[in-house]
Design a protein around this ligand. Structure first.
Ligand SMILES: [Fe+2]
Ligand SMILES: [Fe+2]
Length: 240
């Protein structure tokens, strides 16, 4: 794919893994802000669009076939992948990070008051994500999976109580924005996860876990906002 500064960021992120890494490293928002042009998104991220384009060109050879499959794989496989990879990761990471936060704050809280802010934001995003994933797993994903089966079996499907898949998708996307904002606060409070000179091993592990949590959230939201949701809207239109 040929990119220019008017290409939508989500289309760049969708093209391959290495393109997404370029955006991630430059902190260009490709999930919640994925509808923006590269030019606009780079202005928001405070980076040069020309520089990003140059890096994208360098990376354009390394296309990951496995990743781009999600734009054509059956939607039931994609929801399974999201549940097994991302939902499971979030559920496992939350208690692990909370334990580290307690430990690190007890030891370093006095010298590092930002840990208190990080704790508040993390508890909030953890609570919201648990409820969010439950809604996806109990309402939205089963409906998308039913659409997928109906399409395969060329059968019909009862209209859902929420009328159209667009309604829960709209709600989920708003929740993605909220989670993204909380993780951004953690990113900023921790000065981009910089290790303070007095950081012990637990402190370093905490920062690493928080960094991973943000990265996983970006990939998770990308798969839903940019691939699963638009494909579900299209499938519903074809099946209902
Ligand atoms: Fe999800
Ligand atoms: Fe989600």
């Amino acid at each position: 794919m040929n990119f220019n500064n008017q290409t939508k960021v989500k289309d760049i992120a969708l093209s391959n893994t290495s393109a997404r890494q370029v955006l991630e490293e430059a902190r260009v928002d490709y999930c919640c802000g994925g509808g923006e042009s590269l030019q606009e998104a780079c202005v928001h991220a405070g980076v040069s669009a020309e520089e990003i384009l140059a890096r994208l060109r360098e990376n354009s050879q390394q296309v990951s076939a496995a990743e781009s499959n999600w734009t054509s794989a059956p939607l039931g496989e994609l929801t399974e992948h999201i549940k097994n990879q991302h939902h499971r990761y979030v559920r496992e990471a939350i208690p692990r990070i909370k334990t580290l936060l307690e430990k690190v704050q007890a030891k370093h809280g006095e010298n590092h008051p930002e840990l208190a802010e990080i704790k508040i934001s993390f508890h909030q995003v953890g609570k919201e994500m648990i409820m969010h994933m439950q809604k996806e797993e109990q309402i939205l994903f089963p409906y998308i999976e039913a659409l997928d089966r109906a399409a395969n079996e060329k059968g019909g499907i009862e209209p859902p109580f929420f009328q159209s898949v667009r309604n829960p998708i709209h709600a989920m996307m708003k929740e993605h924005d909220a989670a993204g904002a909380l993780v951004k606060q953690i990113h900023n409070s921790s000065a981009e996860y910089a290790e303070p000179a007095d950081a012990c091993t637990s402190y370093k592990a905490l920062l690493q876990e928080l960094r991973e949590f943000e990265l996983d959230l970006h990939q998770h939201v990308h798969l839903e906002n940019n691939i699963l949701f638009p494909r579900a809207v299209e499938l519903e239109a074809a099946v209902l």
